[in-house]
Write a protein that binds this ligand. Structure first.
Ligand code: PEP
Ligand code: MN
Length: 248
């Protein structure tokens, strides 16, 4: 990819979950060395299907994100799924947050987060709901847009499908375009990691998103993906992240 192309794109990179201070900082340092304009992501609270698996380290990871920003200059973001988490993100002074697919499905929950953000200038990225319902996605963005003065963007992370496909979440590319038809000024980035689900598919999904004119990518990046506590099959090292971007 030409530097001029990437300069116009939004790149969100960082681990699925914040696991330890060292894991967060070492991943961020490598990303910042090559991609100083990236936004650093790490899940502080993780929505898990069943209890008992790693649910994130919680509030203390917000400190690690602040250290990342302090040391590398990267902007930092995490997922907020309720008003308490949103308030903690605001109090910490994060640059941005995202609303996850399991939150977008529930208008009460989206409104709860939006109310907590009311009147603030934080940047918010809204992921599509798990199932292919463009109206829920649109409604969540409208709720957040009515609350914050900061930029509101969308993240396309693919949709649950009853068919078995090569994807973890089927891209159904027409749906983000339908969303865009309602909101032509909306920036939409593509979360290639949650669409692909496995490393070998990432490059082709990233390329497709570029060819279709998406405004950027979210790519889960971990200093040691094989040891990741969540989503290890789809996470890549910072080196692989640069290779993917260079191939585009
Ligand atoms: C994530 O980004 O790690 C995540 C949990 O995503 P989603 O809400 O898209 O499943
Ligand atoms: Mn993940």
């Amino acid at each position: 990819m030409k530097n001029t192309i990437i300069a116009d794109k939004i790149l969100v990179a960082g681990p699925c979950s914040a696991e330890s201070r060292e894991q967060v900082l070492s991943t961020a340092r490598e990303i910042a060395n090559r991609l100083p304009t990236a936004i650093f992501r790490a899940g502080v609270w993780k929505p898990r299907t069943r209890p008992g698996s790693f649910e994130g380290v919680g509030e203390k990871a917000l400190e690690w994100l602040l250290e990342v920003r302090q040391e590398t200059g990267l902007k930092v973001m995490t997922e907020a799924a309720n008003s308490k988490q949103a308030e903690l993100c605001l109090k910490a002074g994060l640059d941005a947050l995202w609303i996850g697919a399991r939150t977008t499905v529930n208008p009460f929950q989206v409104q709860d987060v939006a109310d907590a953000l009311m009147g603030t200038s934080i940047t918010v990225m809204v992921k599509n709901p798990i199932h292919p319902d463009v109206e829920l996605w649109r409604g969540a963005i409208e709720r957040v847009r009515a609350a914050v003065t900061g930029e509101v963007m969308a993240i396309h992370r693919g949709f649950h499908s009853f068919e078995t496909t090569e994807f973890r979440n089927h891209p159904r590319w027409q749906i983000p375009f339908e969303l865009k038809s309602f909101m032509p000024d909306l920036k939409i980035i593509c979360d290639i990691s949650h669409i692909a689900g496995t490393r070998p598919l990432l490059l082709s999904v990233a390329q497709e998103a570029l060819d279709l004119g998406f405004d950027g990518w979210m790519i889960e990046t971990h200093i040691n993906p094989d040891s990741a506590l969540t989503d290890k099959l789809q996470q890549v090292t910072p080196t692989r992240l640069f290779e993917i971007l260079n191939h585009l």
